[in-house]
Design a protein around this ligand. Structure first.
Ligand code: AHR
Length: 504
């Protein structure tokens, strides 16, 4: 059986927003400390930022970076993280039962972004767990007001003469979750988010604001939460957030490989809920989706770790350090494909997280940094998945999964660069054992004449991974046998693989 689809330049989904390739830095485990910041490391610059990590983050191609949490933010006092480092307090982080030294804070984060380059942008999360409107306004003034007010002058006194110019703000984090410090009902959170958004817009009506949606589609309040929160905030926010993590459970790899089916329905259900609220409010406005936490995450390993040895307020312990396999990277790639396929409504997304903590980049304290398997699909999609997403409706053989029923073996999308006309096809073959033949009919208007690149991530060992000892065990390899002819593109997708084919 062959999988097929057709591409036509006029049939499009929408423009890929640069923020789709965002990531996330939380004060959690070793994401910040010994991840991006390690004074004394041979690769550290004068500010303590690891330049080996900076180089990998640039290569990864991330854009908006969400900061400083996550669960961490819901008991965070931003004032602790600014000013002379020697004066900053050590605080208990209730979310992860660790001690936060505040040696790295807002100013250091902004310096990190600046060193990444012009594509990097902050996405600051506010503490709406234990704090409220007043503290949000104070942080906004400190971060964005040029000069002449108490908090702007405080920032200047701290050495940051120029305002940070933060455009995108998350109104809290996962406040639907009982694990969240300051957990709230939808009614409580909806009011607080609306008041905070209204006050922030009094300062700057043009800010981009994100209301908290559900922590995942399985939450008991899913759907009702979004509807109630948006009823309060519809005219005041731009985005609603979605978070989702996937892992292989009970050895059911077939279902794990189909995880994007859940992400897909999650997005469609949130779009339906947003538009239902919009219809009730007789509003033309369309709420955008910010998928600001997504990844493969073996949560059971984390729970086993802390059950075996409860955390006793350590500093920067090894937490959530998943080492990703080729299979994980294939699932990860299919999650990226789903985000791209919904580019009309998902206009921001953050790969959670960036370094060490469920991350595409790993580091060893005092030692090297390396790319995990998941690094490669992200870097390729960020580099070549820019432009217009084409409307791909594939006809594919299917397979049965316990969790999601009948699922197509092929998961795919295509992105066209409107300037050069180049088209990049991203595809995942979910079959664990069979090669999947692919036929793509290309409309003559696309004027594609050659295959620029055919790159594949697959391995004879689906559990292969990159480690400190063997950091380049898994890398993409050139694909074989793809051809471009009068009938379009033909290719053979290797079993359990991520493929990128660039056509020009
Ligand atoms: O990314 C890890 C954690 O997952 C975040 O802190 C939280 O927001 C989510 O539950």
């Amino acid at each position: 059986p062959t999988a097929r689809f057709a591409l036509h330049p006029a049939f499009t989904v929408g423009q890929v927003h640069p923020r789709l390739f965002g990531s996330f830095v939380e004060h959690l485990g070793r994401c910040v400390y010994t991840g991006i910041h390690e004074p004394g490391h041979p690769e550290a610059d004068a500010a303590g930022l690891r330049q080996d990590v900076l180089a990998l983050v640039r290569e990864l191609g991330v854009t908006a970076i969400r900061y400083p949490g996550g669960n961490f933010v819901s008991n965070f006092r931003w004032e602790d993280s600014v000013g002379p480092v020697a004066d900053r307090p050590r605080r208990l982080d209730l979310a992860w039962r660790t001690t936060e030294p505040n040696a790295f804070g807002l100013s250091e984060f902004m310096a990190f972004l600046k060193k990444l380059g012009p594509d990097a942008e902050p996405m600051l999360a506010l503490n709406l767990g234990t704090r409220g409107v007043a503290e949000a306004l104070e942080l906004l003034e400190y971060a964005n007001h040029p000069a002449g007010s108490a908090l702007a002058e405080r920032r200047i006194g701290h050495g940051d003469k120029e305002p940070f110019g933060v455009r995108m703000w998350c109104l809290g984090n996962e406040l639907d979750g009982p694990w969240q410090t300051g957990h709230k009902t939808a009614a409580e959170y909806g009011r607080l988010a609306a008041e905070t958004a209204r006050a922030m817009r009094q300062y700057d009506p043009e800010l981009t604001l994100v209301a908290c949606g559900s922590s995942n589609q399985g939450m008991p309040t899913f759907g009702a939460w979004e509807a109630e929160v948006l009823t309060e905030t519809y005219d005041l926010v731009d985005h609603i957030s979605l978070h989702a993590y996937y892992e292989e459970k009970d050895g059911d790899r077939d279902s794990f490989l189909a995880s994007a089916a859940d992400m897909d329905s999650f997005i469609e259900n949130v779009v339906a809920t947003c538009d239902h609220v919009g219809a009730k409010l007789k509003s033309d406005k369309r709420i955008q989706l910010s998928f600001d936490e997504w990844n493969v995450w073996y949560q059971h390993r984390f729970h086993e770790q802390i059950e075996a040895e409860p955390l006793d307020w350590p500093e920067a312990p090894r937490l959530l350090e998943d080492h990703y396999t080729v299979t994980d990277a294939v699932v990860f790639g299919s999650l990226l494909i789903t985000l791209l396929r919904h580019a009309d409504r998902v206009t921001a997304a953050c790969l959670a997280q960036l370094v060490n903590v469920i991350a595409p980049i790993m580091t060893e304290p005092g030692g090297p940094a390396w790319r995990q398997t998941t690094f490669f699909p992200f870097a390729q999609a960020s580099r070549h998945g820019r432009g217009e997403v084409l409307d791909v409706r594939a006809d594919s053989p299917t397979y049965r999964t316990k969790k999601y029923g009948e699922v197509p073996l092929l998961h795919t999308t295509a992105v066209r660069d409107p300037e050069s006309g180049a088209v990049t096809v991203f595809a995942v073959n979910r079959s664990q054992s069979e090669t999947l033949p692919l036929r793509v009919a290309l409309d003559a208007g696309l004027a594609l004449t050659r295959i620029e690149e055919h790159s594949v991530l697959s391995d004879a060992d689906p559990d292969a991974r990159n480690t400190l000892e063997d950091p380049e065990r898994v890398t993409p390899h050139p694909g074989e046998g793809a051809a471009l002819g009068a009938d379009g593109l033909t290719a053979e997708l290797e079993p359990l693989s991520w493929t990128m084919i660039r056509l020009a």
